[in-house]
Design a protein around this ligand. Structure first.
Ligand SMILES: *[C@@H]1O[C@H](CO)[C@@H](O)[C@H](O)[C@H]1NC(C)=O
Ligand SMILES: *[C@@H]1O[C@H](CO)[C@@H](O)[C@H](O)[C@H]1NC(C)=O
Ligand SMILES: *[C@@H]1O[C@H](CO)[C@@H](O)[C@H](O)[C@H]1NC(C)=O
Ligand SMILES: *[C@@H]1O[C@H](CO)[C@@H](O)[C@H](O)[C@H]1NC(C)=O
Length: 158
């Protein structure tokens, strides 16, 4: 009797965990990514390749650039311009007051650099933005329930 009670309790707690996971996945809030990792880190001594490698960017997220606008700027450019540090004919000028944000509205790789020669000192960043796949999250969730629940219970719930 005691063993059965424990098993039921364990099952119930697993169901709660799965439910919480599904909520976390579905209601993912947009993330504000501080470029370089801090409040004022669009700067020439930061390795942005290292920074972006540890971030995950999804459509709807935001990038924040904190910098001294008298020294640096932020320009969105294409891949060719990014690779060659060309700041002419950019796509979009992100620069406003030096605490500037941009909405990542598309699933694509965005390229940013600082003009005025600082791109050559490493002030450029490529950000690969991904679509959140909702169907895939649903599938994962169903598999988890099937694994956790005994057959009778899972056929009742699904
Ligand atoms: C920016 O992204 C949010 C989601 O984070 C979206 O709801 C909003 O419509 C976007 N705004 C603009 C101006 O594109
Ligand atoms: C990238 O932008 C530069 C500058 O505007 C332009 O000359 C070049 O043709 C563009 N390259 C591509 C592949 O769009
Ligand atoms: C970008 O915009 C800022 C603010 O409007 C402006 O001061 C700056 O000259 C612009 N930079 C370029 C390269 O167009
Ligand atoms: C950033 O660090 C990586 C190694 O983690 C290195 O390969 C790369 O050259 C560095 N980039 C710059 C601009 O220093």
């Amino acid at each position: 009797m005691e063993g059965l009670k424990n098993r039921v309790e364990w099952l119930m707690s697993m169901i709660v965990v799965v439910t919480l996971m599904s909520h976390a996945a579905e209601s993912r809030q947009p993330v504000l990514h501080r470029v370089g990792g801090g409040r004022f880190t669009w700067d020439s001594n930061i390795n942005f390749t290292d920074w972006s490698r540890n971030e995950h960017f999804y459509v709807g997220d935001w990038l924040y650039f904190g910098f001294d606008k008298h020294i640096y700027n932020v320009l969105e450019v294409n891949q060719t311009s990014y690779e060659n540090c060309i700041d002419k004919d950019y796509i979009y000028n992100v620069t406003r007051g030096g605490r500037d944000v941009i909405n990542l509205t598309e699933a694509k790789t965005y390229y940013f650099l600082s003009g005025r020669g600082y791109c050559y000192k490493g002030m450029k960043v490529a950000v690969c933005v991904q679509q959140i796949p909702p169907e895939q999250l649903q599938l994962n969730l169903r598999f988890q329930i099937i694994f956790i629940m005994p057959p009778t219970m899972s056929s009742f719930l699904l």
